[in-house]
Design a protein around this ligand. Structure first.
Ligand code: AMP
Length: 396
């Protein structure tokens, strides 16, 4: 059987896709469709050494994917005949229902759509992505891989909010966690690197991208994570605040005359680093800090302060920590974030090696000293590969 998988990550205003071999991870083509629904849409498509850029209106997701398929044809790849074994979809919210990769049928699709109440920004876009590939690639098995799945079995005290229990049950209010595919993938990769089994390891993962989350993993099972019912909770992020006093919402409604839509926009798009400093991109933040911008400096310090609070909590939670993993755009690239997150923690067994931390090499790397009781690793995440492997395993 071929191990060729088409992976789709259909977001609210963009679609990312990859055509790859699940075993070797070799990517035949990949692309991103951006600014869907706006007049200045853009598709960047890469296949081997060829890079094609198409600009112009992309009215909706279906059209975006149709145009991407044309670009595949332009680079000599006919997706219908190349021998794809499965289509893998990143689906953000699986609710209480889905906690494993799941073969998509009509009922599954309806349930994913129903779960939109828990992820109104994400699940509807996932559904459109699935409907589009069902139409464009008929007859190929489609598999949904859920961002929440890895955290489905969090221990009850870690998944429960201290609110009215009946209300929580009636409206499915619990801590679900997100970025699960990445947390699971990098923790497994780290175990392989350390030549240990995940069941033997206690690990802490920091997935630090534009969205950011932390997790505590005991023996391969997640026991805590920083995101909750929605991906707003936890660490400071590019445009999201992470933890807030829940009283801020009614306070703003009273005092600033904001309505629900204003507050949703504020919390999802205008908070975090962007709210504090005006920029959400870490490289831009770094430049502002270098120029002496006080707001950017405070944003960075708040980011680190929150991250260390989670680190401390998870160290206590796990008792013995074998490894700490940094991943995603900021985690893999920012020497400063890693150094500042772990500075002064030698008495807790965390000894960072400054020169290893500052030396960039591809793949997994150890950035703690050889005799550090806690190993610190940079592990590149690869959600597409994890989704492709999950899809192939299921179809097999
Ligand atoms: P992701 O969501 O994983 O794509 O990560 C996006 C974030 O990673 C953005 O804030 C980028 O600024 C940040 N990032 C990417 N490359 C670097 C880099 N070389 N140094 C610092 N931050 C980076």
């Amino acid at each position: 059987m071929s191990d060729l998988v088409f992976v789709l990550n259909s977001g609210s205003s963009s679609i990312k896709y990859q055509l790859l071999h699940a075993k070797s991870g070799e990517v035949l083509a990949s692309g991103i469709v951006e600014r869907i629904g706006e007049p200045d849409g853009k598709i960047v498509h890469e296949a081997g050494d060829t890079r094609l850029i198409r600009e112009g209106a992309i009215p909706d997701h279906r059209d975006g994917l149709r145009q991407a398929f044309e670009l595949f044809n332009d680079t000599g790849i006919d997706l219908k005949t190349i021998g794809i074994t499965a289509v893998g979809h990143r689906v953000v919210h699986g609710g209480e229902v889905f906690y494993q990769p799941t073969l998509i049928n009509k009922e599954v699709l309806e349930t994913i759509s129903r779960l939109s109440k828990l992820a109104p920004l994400h699940n509807p876009a996932n559904v459109i992505g699935i409907e589009s590939t069902l139409e464009l690639l008929p007859g190929i098995p489609e598999v949904a891989v859920f961002d929440t799945a890895f955290f489905h079995d969090l221990p009850a005290p870690a998944r429960t909010y201290a609110i009215d229990a009946k209300l929580a049950a009636e409206y499915d209010i619990r801590r679900y966690g997100f970025h699960g595919t990445s947390h699971q993938y990098v923790s497994e990769q780290a175990a392989k690197f350390l030549e240990r089994d995940t069941t033997e390891l206690n690990q802490i993962v920091f997935h630090l991208g534009n969205g950011a989350s932390a997790s505590a993993i005991r023996g391969g099972r997640a026991v805590d994570t920083s995101m909750g019912l929605t991906p707003l909770e936890g660490l400071v992020m590019g445009t999201r605040p992470g933890d807030l006093d829940p009283g801020i919402t009614p306070y703003l409604m009273h005092i600033a005359n904001m309505d629900l839509a204003d507050i949703e926009h504020l919390l999802n798009r205008e908070s975090g680093l962007k709210g504090m400093s005006g920029v959400n991109d870490f490289r831009a933040l770094g430049k502002l800090i270098e120029s002496g911008d006080a707001a950017a400096k405070l944003a960075y310090e708040t980011y680190i302060h929150r991250l260390r609070a989670y680190l401390g909590a998870y160290m206590l939670d796990l008792d013995r920590v074998d490894d700490i993993i940094f991943t995603a755009g900021v985690g893999e690239n920012s020497v400063e974030v890693r150094a500042d997150s772990l500075s002064g923690l030698e008495r807790y067994g965390i000894h960072l090696d400054g020169s290893r931390n500052a030396t960039r090499t591809p793949g997994i790397r150890r950035i703690s000293t050889d005799d550090s009781p806690v190993t610190v690793l940079v592990v590149p995440t690869n959600e597409e590969l994890a989704i492709a492997r999950a899809a192939i395993d299921l179809v097999d």
